[in-house]
Design a protein around this ligand. Structure first.
Ligand code: NAG
Ligand code: NAG
Ligand code: NAG
Ligand code: NAG
Ligand code: NAG
Ligand code: NAG
Length: 353
């Protein structure tokens, strides 16, 4: 049966011929990542690559970012962004590579100029970058995996990964905090943040200075003002406080569940869960519960009312200063009239996977 034989042979070959796009979890010298290439963690849970936020077909965004997202979540949800403040601007085509000094860098493919780098002090000549199964991107020695020079978990964006820490390394002074994105397209840091005080209470802050929500003290199981943290659909949160560290972290009770927790562009902390059947995120928890409890959520000369849609409206005699920013969920300039519609911005990857 030569036909069947050929089909089988073809199938075997296609299974065993590594295409150039075969997923790997590693960037090494001479093996850069470019275009629509992706790193995929060995457990297939996380992917890393270049993406362009916004609606692919409306084509109004010209900025590309390097990010990490859940590989199996169909609604591209950036969890970490390397170059939020330094987007790659069209028509530059970027590549992610180990640069001459051993750091991981985003380079302009044509000129090889550096757009972003990990800026670590490298003491070996054999660095590689690996996307681990927990979503942490580490730059380490290839011969000695315990020699880690830099890791994305130390520089979070707006998301707390399971197993990552938010809070203080008291020895080095490193303070890991989450910062909202500027809006749903612009991945630059926004005005809201979450951080842990050295005493271990969590705060949501406006412009790094004005606290507008506090977690209360850790009582061994949850923060005093956030008892909802131990609900049935919540992950296993823990607070650790000792001489060296003060941090908040969590583990998953069930590794097959996909949980997203962090701070949104509206300045609210949240815990969400991916519902495969719905193909969408279900938000189980938010703090503050209402938008209007977020400090300065609507910007100057506005009135906030959660019972209205939109919840921000101009005071009599004022109009929106920057309708474009407002549409993209950046309210510092003033309101617009279709906020809810615009909240669910879609993200598109570079090229088709
Ligand atoms: C990757 O996962 C496979 C199983 O899917 C396992 O056999 C292999 O050891 C893993 N590799 C690493 C480097 O962890
Ligand atoms: C993307 O933009 C196009 C054209 O503006 C529009 O027709 C389409 O509905 C948009 N898609 C989404 C998912 O917003
Ligand atoms: C690298 O080393 C220099 C000099 O020892 C130090 O000042 C700097 O903070 C180090 N950078 C990092 C990222 O650790
Ligand atoms: C890296 O350094 C080692 C010595 O520490 C040396 O033997 C090796 O040749 C170097 N490799 C490269 C590629 O420079
Ligand atoms: C945030 O704080 C900085 C200084 O800490 C100040 O320069 C800036 O104007 C503030 N931003 C806003 C929107 O008020
Ligand atoms: C919850 O997390 C704590 C601290 O990491 C751990 O000791 C405990 O075993 C976890 N509980 C479960 C049920 O996984």
């Amino acid at each position: 049966m030569p036909l069947l034989h050929h089909v089988l042979l073809g199938l075997l070959l296609s299974l065993h011929t590594p295409a150039s796009s075969t997923a790997t979890d590693t960037v090494s010298p001479g093996h850069a990542l470019a275009g629509s290439d992706r790193l995929v963690s060995n457990n297939s849970k996380f992917a890393l690559g270049f993406f362009k936020p916004g609606n692919e077909s409306s084509n109004t965004n010209h900025n590309t970012y390097l990010g990490i997202w859940f590989n199996k979540v169909t609604k591209l949800t950036p969890l970490w962004t390397a170059n939020g403040e330094k987007p790659v601007v069209d028509p530059t085509s970027p590549e992610l590579a180990i640069s001459g000094d051993g750091n991981l860098a985003i380079l302009d493919h044509a000129t090889k100029s550096i757009i972003w780098t990990t800026h670590a002090n490298i003491t070996t000549n054999d660095t590689i970058a690996v996307l681990l199964n927990n979503g942490n991107l580490v730059l380490r020695s290839s011969s000695n995996p315990s020699k880690i020079f830099w890791q994305s978990f130390d520089y979070p964006t707006d998301t707390l990964f399971a197993g990552a820490k938010i809070g203080w390394d008291k020895v080095t002074g490193l303070n890991r905090r989450l910062v909202s994105r500027k809006n749903s397209i612009d991945q630059a840091p926004g005005i809201f943040s979450v951080e842990l005080g050295l005493n271990g209470d969590g705060h949501l802050l406006w412009n790094s200075t004005v606290p507008y929500w506090s977690s209360g003290d850790w009582n061994g199981r949850y923060f005093g003002l956030a008892p909802e943290m131990i609900g049935a659909v919540m992950p296993n949160f823990t607070f650790v406080h000792n001489d060296q560290e003060a941090y908040f972290t969590y583990t998953m009770y069930d590794d097959t569940v996909i949980v997203h927790t962090g701070i949104d562009v509206f300045g609210r902390g949240f815990v969400g869960m991916w519902l495969e059947g719905l193909q969408d995120w279900l938000i189980n928890y938010r703090q503050p519960i209402v938008h209007c409890d977020v400090y300065a959520i609507c910007g100057p000369f506005t009135i906030c009312d959660d019972n209205k849609d939109p919840f921000c409206n101009c005071m009599k005699g004022f109009s929106v200063r920057s309708p474009k920013d407002w549409e993209l969920d950046d309210r510092i300039g003033g309101p617009t009239d279709s906020l809810e519609d615009k909240r669910e911005m879609v993200y598109s990857r570079i090229g088709k996977a």
